[in-house]
Design a protein around this ligand. Structure first.
Ligand SMILES: [Zn+2]
Length: 412
């Protein structure tokens, strides 16, 4: 905030001297909020209690989070045997139940029962635990579901964030049909309730389920996961199949060049499931959203405008796109002695569809924390990937460095 204030003051001074307006170059309004929209708990296949997971995000400097269990909301009475809670844990050390008991020791918060000789614990509903953690303007929990549909053996998972009622997965006649029908079910609920719902298509390369062409052609889709912290989602692709970032470029090129549709916007998420060690632990990927208020509606509105970026460790103090001068400016927050490489990536209008190298080309590269790119007129779109010299704290694949991804610009 101090930086923004200083920038505004500087701008006002310059404007006074030059007798010009500040509006063109002043930063967009709003605060940056950090959030994760893809998380699992004991309500589906996660291995910890929702309260413990929520507290982890609260303690680790997140402003908002969404627990997105498979095809279920944390609503209604749900009991789970302590054996089943224990089975989820595959590492040594205190069990989820022991930690839960220790956290709420001396209170009557935890409910257990004997069900014909089986000891069970009741999973708390979101409506019960949300007030323990939420604080207006400081920490927000958004209700969510990972709608987990499939076509044949291909998993088609779509997160619906800020939904009001559970949406059962919808079947269909092809991968694209399933994607489309589930996205339509989300938008129907949005229309019915008047509450905006953020829908993002998850981990396209998980079991190689979704291709870039699928993502391009299901035009209802606005967001997808350019990074997901689960280690088995084939983030980098393989010898014959593109990774998530290239999928983004291929899909956006098809959308803009052939379908006259808007580009997909990219989110980064945790998809965390294990909270006692284990390979799907939290804190790997998140989004930073520049919104007016820390409220679901305000966050989703900003995201639909593309006013956010995805990150696995890099923070931006400023991110400005000036459509008139086609200038994209970034201020990367310094991080001890890390160095940063920013690449401007995009596809030219005269690209060669047969040559994958002309799709999502690296157009320019800059080092340092203050970066300005001019986006040439002949681009379908351009976006920036920033890579730090520092390794990801808790990598999901070998050799992972901290990164951030800004949204496509220059396409309107
Ligand atoms: Zn999933």
């Amino acid at each position: 905030m101090k930086t923004r204030f200083a920038l505004t003051l500087f701008c006002l001074l310059v404007a006074l001297i030059l007798n010009q307006s500040c509006t063109k170059t002043s930063p967009a309004t709003g605060n940056w909020y950090r959030g994760n929209t893809h998380t699992h708990s004991l309500w589906s296949d996660g291995n910890d209690f929702p309260e413990i997971i929520t507290e982890w995000y609260l303690d680790n400097n997140y402003d908002f989070m969404a627990l997105s269990d498979h095809n279920i909301l944390a609503v209604g009475e749900k009991w789970m045997s302590l054996d089943k809670v224990f089975e989820r844990q595959d590492v040594e050390g205190p069990t989820a139940m022991e930690k839960y008991r220790a956290r709420y020791a001396g209170t009557d918060w935890i409910e257990t029962r004997d069900n014909n000789g089986v000891e069970e614990v009741r999973l708390k509903q979101l409506s019960e635990y949300r007030s323990r953690f939420e604080k207006p303007g400081e920490f927000l929990i958004i209700q969510a579901e990972e709608i987990s549909a499939k076509f044949e053996e291909k998993p088609i998972h779509i997160n619906a964030v800020n939904l009001q009622e559970v949406i059962p997965p919808v079947k269909g006649t092809s991968v694209r049909d399933v994607m489309s029908r589930n996205l339509q079910a989300i938008s129907e609920q949005e229309k019915l309730t008047g509450e905006p719902i953020l829908a993002h298509v998850n981990h396209p390369n998980f079991r190689w389920a979704l291709t870039a062409e699928d993502l391009a052609h299901v035009i209802e889709e606005e967001f997808f996961e350019v990074y997901n912290g689960h280690p088995r989602i084939n983030h980098l692709g393989d010898d014959t199949r593109p990774g998530d970032e290239k999928i983004w470029d291929i899909a956006n090129t098809i959308r803009l060049a052939e379908l006259n549709g808007p580009p997909l916007l990219g989110v980064a998420t945790d998809d965390s499931q294990t909270y006692h060690g284990g390979d799907t632990s939290p804190g790997r990927g998140w989004i930073m959203v520049r919104a007016k208020k820390l409220e679901a509606g305000s966050l989703i509105e900003a995201m639909r405008k593309g006013d956010f970026y995805a990150s696995t460790g890099i923070y931006l103090d400023e991110l400005t796109w000036d459509n008139a001068s086609r200038t994209l400016s970034l201020e990367i927050r310094p991080d001890s002695d890390s160095t940063f490489t920013s690449e401007l990536i995009g596809t030219r209008t005269n690209y060669n569809a047969a040559d994958k190298n002309s799709i999502g080309e690296v157009l320019a590269s800059q080092e340092g924390t203050s970066v300005t790119f001019n986006v040439p007129e002949d681009m379908l779109y351009a976006r920036v990937t920033i890579t730090s010299s520092r390794s990801a704290t808790n990598p999901s694949y070998e050799g992972q460095m901290m990164q951030a991804w800004t949204q496509p610009v220059g396409w309107k």
